[in-house]
Design a protein around this ligand. Structure first.
Ligand SMILES: [Zn+2]
Length: 299
């Protein structure tokens, strides 16, 4: 939600303040403060006139976080309303278990919903595994929840082997005779599932258990996650479409373009759609991805 700070619509903000029943005089005062904002840009150190923004809250203004929280509260209320009325399906859990619709902290939000296909086959542009690859390996660097869970289980198993804590003593005693991976608590079974991985990555130095993937010898979550996350060879095109000076939406577009993950007619044919198409610029060829971005005389 970080970008929402700069892009929150003023009419929407006014409507939110009105819905929270703030006094009209106060709402007008706040909105006048925003709408009276004048911005200027410096080109080669010289101011080039002023212009008026039409959205966003002021950076550095102590009032801005309060306005942002009120605006984001409306998102929270909308999610609860839509899940309450069945327009969004909340993440399924056990019967009688409280339903978690979303989790918000500062400008981060996690929304728990169930996927639905209305009985029709789902179509995915790319596998989740490729999305979770590191950016220099051709992925988007999204954290893989399954790998995070495995890394947590590996940490538990390492601490179990390391010993020296009340918890490890309890686990050793409790599961002393449990040799198979199908017996015991869910936590124990998860630890057993990572047993081979942990044992392949430990050594002993002067009687102390050492976690070899980490340069610090002690267990680190990041080293375990890096060992467990989906892997692939290095992708040379990644560095050309990513960088501090390249806007995120341009990087994402280029990422999809290079992998032919854009809804051009010739690509949609692979999904079973047959669409008539013609390039709207030159009107002399089909609007295929290759034509529109490379072969067209206007490209
Ligand atoms: Zn064309």
């Amino acid at each position: 939600m970080m970008k929402a700070f700069d892009r929150v619509s003023w009419p929407f903000l006014r409507a939110v303040l009105d819905r929270f029943r703030f006094l009209v005089a106060l709402i007008n005062l706040v909105m006048n403060t925003l709408e009276a904002t004048q911005l200027s840009v410096l080109i080669n150190g010289v101011s080039c006139g002023f212009f008026q923004p039409t959205r966003g809250v002021k950076q550095g203004d102590p009032l801005s976080p309060l306005l942002f929280i009120l605006a984001s509260e409306s998102l929270s209320c909308s999610l609860i309303l839509k899940m309450g009325t069945g327009k969004l399906a909340p993440y399924s859990s056990r019967i009688n278990c409280p339903i978690a619709t979303h989790l918000a902290f500062a400008d981060d939000i996690v929304i728990f919903v169930n996927g639905s296909s209305d009985g029709k086959p789902k179509r995915h542009w790319v596998t989740w595994r490729k999305v979770c690859l590191a950016t220099n390996k051709g992925g988007l660097g999204v954290r893989c929840l399954a790998s995070i869970q495995d890394a947590c289980s590996a940490k538990l198993h390492f601490n179990f082997l390391k010993g020296g804590t009340l918890w490890s003593s309890y686990m050793h005693t409790r599961y002393l005779d449990v040799a198979t991976r199908q017996i015991g608590s869910l936590t124990w079974r998860r630890m057993q599932f990572l047993k081979d991985f942990v044992e392949d990555n430990i050594s002993t130095s002067s009687g102390v258990l050492v976690w070899t993937p980490s340069v610090y010898d002690s267990f680190t979550f990041s080293s375990a996650y890096d060992s467990l996350r989906p892997k692939a060879g290095r992708c040379l095109s990644s560095s050309s479409v990513r960088g501090d000076l390249i806007p995120a939406k341009i990087s994402m577009f280029m990422w999809r373009l290079l992998r032919k993950l854009l809804p051009f007619p010739n690509i949609l044919e692979s999904f079973g759609f047959s669409l008539p198409s013609i390039c709207l610029l030159c009107k002399s060829a089909s609007a295929s991805l290759e034509h529109c971005v490379h072969q067209c005389c206007f490209a």
